[in-house]
Design a protein around this ligand. Sequence first.
Ligand code: UD1
Length: 417
Amino acid sequence: LGKYVITGGFRLEGSIRINGAKNACLPVLAATVLNKGISEIYDVTYLKDVEVMLEILNFLGAVVEREGYYIRIDTSNLSPKEIPEELMRKMRSSIFLMGPLITRFGKVRLSYPGGCDLGPRPIDLHLKGLRMMGANLTEEHGFIEAHCDKLKGCNIHLDFPSVGATENLMMAAALAQGVTVIRNAAKEPEIVDLQNFINNMGGSVTGAGTDTIKVVGVEKLNSVKHTVIPDRIVAGTYMVAAAITGGQVKLKNIILEHVEPIIAKLRESGCVIETNGDSLTVNGPKQIQSIDIIRTLPHPGFPTDMQAPIMALMSIANGTTMLTETIFENRFKHVDELRRMGADIKINGRAAVIKGVKSLTGAAVEAKDLRAGAALVIAGLAAEGTTIVDGAQHIERGYENIDKNLTSLGAHIKKID
Ligand code: UD1
């Protein structure tokens, strides 16, 4: 637990390195179950969600050694124990273990996952796909129990390009008998990273990054070395932080293609963004301009995880922004908090109309989920006076040392426990 105390009005200037992505790392860690051997993974960021995944792997019998951002996981001696509810509930991504565990052990029993509060977050697409591959699933008393002899490849058409379901099914298919084709698959960069990880273990996956992914099941997978891709959402968050303070910030270790959707919108808001190989520099304008329309969409559309941060930016823009959240039903928990800081935002269903105000004023606000929390920190950087963002534990699920990084760029932010 803890809070961030921010004094607004300081321009950000300097450079920081972007570390390995949470959303790439979590499925990769789950996939270490598949190789019954050693996985050496580089650029594993220190994040709460990563800790929970390691805790679960450890509970199942994995030997985990960590040195800085390098991690070595030996999954030779796992046992298919029931994962306790208390661990499963700590994080929604615990569901990623379902596919790897069924395919490795032919059985698994786990409790429904918990996770970020973004409205209903069903796992029906995960379960439907696993059933099509031959898993017998029963859902009772808050637990999901699965068993099967060997999963069989098949054609799966996802009703929605769910990131998690695509990843879970790729992992399940890696050791299945025969060929699995996932259509209407999610195309996020994290899915390409998982494909690379599985292939580096000796698997056979093609098509990640497009809407059709083909997995040819193999008999066994081997030990592997892998470097996690940089976090495009963390990068986007610091880009918006630079923009809102009219600052100049250089980000290192970026994959440009992954942040293009964010760059495009920030340029519309008046930022000048220079790119150079694996780095980019954001120059925030004196006055942020509103962006007529922002719609969150599956990749390569504008990411839903950047919706809250860009709303904070638009709240002090010159003009009105119409923002639609098309991915999650209930992802506007930051709106009331931004209003407390003087923002003029109206919500109608999945649409938000943001009328830019001259300035925000510091207030005591609460981070109710991860990205909502990041948005409030960003708002605090630009607000007059002091902003107190409660709920640091949500922010720490996805940002390592956000206070130290922002301080190194010239922000006035302190964490108090
Ligand atoms: C992942 C990301 C999260 C991001 C989201 C969308 C991770 C760990 N998290 O979450 O940061 O915001 O992608 O880019 O990678 N859905 C169903 N049934 C299912 C699964 C999903 O209806 O079985 C719906 C969800 O309710 C939601 C939409 O599909 O409305 C997108 O969800 P999904 O892509 O699965 O997101 P996550 O994988 O949970």
